[in-house]
Design a protein around this ligand. Sequence first.
Ligand code: ADP
Ligand code: MG
Length: 349
Amino acid sequence: MLEDKNQERTSLEKLGEFGLIDHLTENFEIKHTSTIKGIGDDAAVFDHTEKTVLTTDLLIEGVHFDLSYMPLKHLGYKAVMVNLSDVYAMNATATSITVSLAVSNRFPLEALEELYAGIALAAKVFNVDLIGGDTTSSTSGMLISITAIGEAKEEEITYRSGAKPNDLLVVSGDLGAAYMGLQVLDREKEVFKVNPNNQPDLSPYSYIVERQLKPEARKDIVELLKEMEVLPTSMIDISDGLSSEILHLCKSSKVGCNLFEEKIPLDPTVISACEEFNVDSTMVALSGGEDYELLFTISQNDFDKIKGNPSLTVIGHMTDEREGAYLVTRGNTKIELTAQGWNSFNSDN
Ligand code: ADP
Ligand code: MG
């Protein structure tokens, strides 16, 4: 899309750094009274009444995203989601973000406008203020680093470390869709390389492709749990696959776990895509990653409060640490869970 000759291309040099920052950020409004100073000084100033949580992520072109199938608007949106998801995983309310950007001169102004349109949409929908960032040039490609800031009452913050034996293990939404969406996009990219005139029909895959390109952080689940008066004993967001996130909870909380294969929530389109690609849907849920669902534990006493909620599925329970962490298969055999979650230091990535 960047190569489209009909599109206007304004070179970044024409604006200069300050002109660029002003231009990209002019339509952002400050929504929170806790934001005392946003963009425009040497540092932002905010005034939280509760505890502050802060998280940051660095996304690198060619490592974390591929612009040949990721529209820049989606990339901007997703970069914000990845961070907000971490804030929600602390059971906190996200209030603000900073956006730092390194871009090569291959990108025209219009490309950055698209990126910021995605960031603006995410900020609006999730009610966060853009309060600063940094802008610099890169010799090749694009780097985006977003920091998200939030607040929570001290007693409501959920760490990875609070799970107890017999707590129930609960997940929001469904799993594996983002990974299968990526498989579809990868396949279409290969087809496109061979025949650029071939316009793919992605409509049968719209749910899984959307889950890959436009993930939604689960702000709604944090709000739902508050409404239900359920305080999770531990929580994490699923960025790397269910298996590795469960192991993080087990390790931090010093507990074991039984995860039941038959309980893992899968969308029907994930199941059919897995059949088409000849991959095991349980493996995809365990290792796929990028679902940005919330995984948490609750006391058994809270089961009645969440029972029957379509957004929440009990998938297992925690055990004594010495019992280990296991997948209990449909055939009732126990397989030890391993962290096959996506690892950015794997040589094949
Ligand atoms: P400094 O030289 O003090 O780092 P900058 O000139 O880099 O300041 O930034 C000026 C203001 O614009 C600051 O408030 C900064 O946080 C904000 N800013 C810079 N780049 C971005 C960006 N990409 N997105 C949002 N705000 C930005
Ligand atoms: Mg700066």
